[in-house]
Ligand binder design. Sequence first.
Ligand SMILES: *Cc1c(COP(=O)(O)O)cnc(C)c1O
Length: 238
Amino acid sequence: MSDAATGVGLDAMVARVGSIAGRIRVAALRADRDPAAVTIVGVSKTFPREALDAAYAAGIRVFAESRVQEAKEKLAMPLPDDASVHLIGQLQTNKVKPAIALFDVIESVDRANLVDALAREAAKQEQVVDVLLQVNVAREAQKSGCDPDDAPILLDEIVASGTLRCLGLMTIAPLVKDPQDARATFKDLRLLQEELRQRHPDAPLDILSMGMSNDFEVAVEEGATHVRIGRAIFGSRG
Ligand SMILES: *Cc1c(COP(=O)(O)O)cnc(C)c1O
């Protein structure tokens, strides 16, 4: 497989994944957490299918894509059975059907009409669909994710649907130079998780999807169960 096809060659990718796993381990131990409780999600958006195969060979088992159509093309040939793919980009309500077919977890659920559309399609297909509630913790303008104050009501709707299962929360921290400046956002997502757990003790809510290439160690220290890593695995997106 050529480097041109993958962005990063297989040997380099093995080294990169190993290095990220090592940094997760150190960050987890620093926070008295079990490193095995943190999953690396390989964010393969914009990279070709060959890059997913190389990342799989390097040990990545959970992938994330931003767009339904792009994922559909890349997954025309299914990944091995032990791999799963999450949707992390904004989802239009008219694309819920292909999204449910393609993705194992939809991380970007952030508004009532999307909850509705997903719940209806899941019911139609007699399927339970796993989702995360995406929260705009820092209340940044133009950023997707629900307002933290709306999270309880959205979770109520997900739970009431009976066809959607909320596995936890997702956030994108503000873009900051010093990753320490993202810490408050990660901490707030964890506090929100605790609050929502009290409201819905029977909902699974175990996942905290937070942290990216530039800030994942801080996220792990603050309780991330899933870190979404793109550039640090696949290389720059140009
Ligand atoms: C692109 C993207 C990532 C990965 O970002 P990197 O900086 O490449 O690690 C993570 N989460 C979301 C929602 C993204 O869109």
